[in-house]
Design a binder for this molecule. Structure first.
Ligand SMILES: [Zn+2]
Length: 275
């Protein structure tokens, strides 16, 4: 979302323990927090089923899955080898405490955006959702991520405001302070899936595909230095910080998705590639 909440700087981060397992069981990044991207590795000839649905396995045996912000249910991961052997692993999401703020006495006009705005925002969301359905063969998601900008963090994933007792949509990005024009780098290798310079809420909006449904989204950009379809490398300059759309000031809002599931970029930065 558009605003930077300096009050969120003080929010405590969960300390993430990352270990890669070498057991005979499913090899996964050990990060089963709500909001986590989970990366797995298996023999490439195996099939991987998540809650009864097949998910893509790369030529190196990499696969991706995630837990949503408020996921309460276990996931069942089944790995099936060509000879029909099945190995079942139950993944239990670890509950997190999010930063919740209660704000009273908000004027009605701020709370209810006009109809035209809603229509435009709906069209924007359709484009974003469509881009996030892409299930490409890229495997960059399995190779680790770098921060897209060197700014200080001013907003975190999962935080939520209640206005006059009404819960607003949680904030799903990692916000970084920045000046207009500051360089924004691709957090991992990828392909530019979408760039729209003027979305209603998110202004200049870029989506980068990192493979298997994992994507980065940047909001409020002032400029893009790449075109849709371009291949980009981890750390490559792709865009410029801005305050376009409904932003209170220049900052970078970085999102991570697994398809349309919104994940926590801060957790993604701690992922260590599996060997
Ligand atoms: Zn934000």
């Amino acid at each position: 979302m558009a605003k930077t909440f300096s009050s969120l700087i003080s929010a405590t981060f969960i300390c993430v323990l990352m270990l890669s397992t070498t057991s005979a069981h499913a090899q996964l990044t050990k990060q089963f927090f709500q909001g986590a991207l989970i990366v797995g590795k298996t023999a490439p000839e195996n099939k991987v089923m998540l809650n009864g649905k097949a998910i893509k396995v790369s030529a190196n045996g990499d696969y991706a899955l995630g837990f949503s912000r408020d996921e309460k249910n276990n996931s069942e991961l089944v790995i099936i080898s060509p000879n029909g052997q099945r190995e079942k692993t139950t993944l239990t999401p670890l509950k997190r405490e999010y930063n919740i703020q209660k704000v009273e006495g908000i004027a009605k006009k701020i709370m209810n955006p006009n109809k035209k705005a809603n229509i435009r925002a709906g069209e924007d969301n359709k484009k974003i959702s469509a881009a996030r359905t892409v299930d490409s063969d890229l495997t960059a998601f399995a190779q680790g991520f770098v921060a897209p900008i060197d700014g200080i963090i001013t907003g975190i994933y999962g935080s939520q405001r209640y206005y006059n007792g009404v819960p607003k949509r949680p904030h799903y990005g990692l916000d970084y302070a920045g000046k207009k024009g500051d360089p924004v780098k691709s957090p991992a290798d990828g392909i530019i899936l979408m760039y729209v310079p003027d979305m209603f809420y998110s202004g200049g909006t870029m989506i980068i595909d990192h493979g298997h449904g994992v994507s980065s989204t940047f909001l409020h950009l002032s400029d893009s230095y790449v075109k849709v379809g371009d291949k980009v490398n981890k750390g490559q300059l792709v865009a410029a910080v801005g305050s376009s759309g409904r932003a209170t000031g220049p900052h970078l809002d970085w999102r991570i998705n697994w398809f349309n599931m919104k994940l926590d970029p801060a957790l993604v930065l701690k992922l260590k590639p599996l060997k």
